[in-house]
Design a protein around this ligand. Sequence first.
Ligand code: PLP
Length: 466
Amino acid sequence: MDKPVSALRKLPSVDEVMRSAALAEAVTRYGRSAAVTAVRAVLGEAREQGAASADVTEVARSAMARLEAEAQPNLKPVFNLTGTVLHTNLGRALIAESAIEAATVAMRNAVALEFDLGGGRRGERDELVRDLLCELTGAEDATIVNNNAAAVLLVLNTFAKGREAIVSRGELIEIGGAFRMPEIMSRAGAKLHEIGTTNRTHKKDYVAALSDKIGLILKVHTSNYRIEGFTKEVSPRELAALAHEHSVPLVNDLGSGTLVDLTRFGLKHEPTVAEAVAEGADLVTFSGDKLLGGPQTGFIVGRKALIEKLNKNPMKRALRVDKIRLAMVEATLRLYRDPDRLAEKLPTYRLLARPIKEMEEVARRIVPVLQEKLGAGFAVKTTPCTSQVGSGALPVETLPSLAVAVTVSGRGGGRVLTSLSNALRKLPVPVVGRIEKDALLFDLRCLENVDGFLANLSTLNAPEAA
Ligand SMILES: *Cc1c(COP(=O)(O)O)cnc(C)c1O
């Protein structure tokens, strides 16, 4: 405000900049209105910085740079070299090609989402995947909601609102992103009735808690931690018997909820949804984008009478999924009809079952390029490492894997590695690794597009290492 008027006058006017040849391109690409806003912003900044004058072309160029930066999508693809295959912060499961195609068709067309083509009447969207879900899990009925947190919320609200839900203290989980079982309970209007201790819960604890105030018994798969040592929990089968004796439903929140035996892929056995159903749970809840390898969704499978009640809860309407995700879910579930080819068709299992040999091939190609790019101050080598499944599935199990490790010798190495890690995250396709014991590690398990990775490195501004 206290700048001399004469200095302000020397900045070009918005109109002058808009008329310049340099800005014509910006108008073509981004539209007149966005271009005007950008020019105003650049001139405003110049004024704030007290610039006495500015060249029209310079202002136009800055405005163009601003528009280009703003046009970058905020949701960017990244190279996930963290070693966590289902990384919640990086979007969890990659979608199978057949599911991507199905989603594209659903996006481009009107679809029979809630339309019974046989009778020409209104249908139900869950119908699209109900049979598949029942076939793959052995359940009588199934419903689908926004995610597994929503599934648990809907179940608690439907069967335990104004009543109590029994949960063992060993299973009062917190999942990342503020999903805490006790809080979900209270939001669902259910009263948490905790029983047992952190490490041991007995059948007699459940028996003592059962009363006519109980709406359901909840068993929660401790998906992101393990309690080991002096422990005791009541098996789902025993719990089912107990629940049925007292006419309350047993709900098993499986979390990841796999549909196949994971030992096929060299992983440890994780209870499958079909097993949970066979053990007598009345309802089983699980995620769509964890080990199942589909889009974000939550499934509830189980007894028909209970699923019908869930579908009648008005909350179901608020938690339902759209046509795009339903299309992906249907295509993803279909892949499970042929478990022998899952690792071929479903990216999650392709990555989890990826042979070390393939990663060695990847390493052979990228190590020399990275070494050359970083210079002699850095050492680039391959090293065995361990990947993890992620998203709380198989929390203590790791998969042998291969990483490229970058180290810097000498003092200040840690700082240099941090700078390098920052520079890699600023690439057109950000590269996300992890720092482990003085090394920047890039787990190669999830690196499939090697050409893209190498091309991406060409703009890397590596820090100096002495
Ligand atoms: C992951 C998980 C949830 C939440 O599932 P989202 O699909 O992330 O909403 C709930 N319960 C358990 C046991 C889980 O592992």
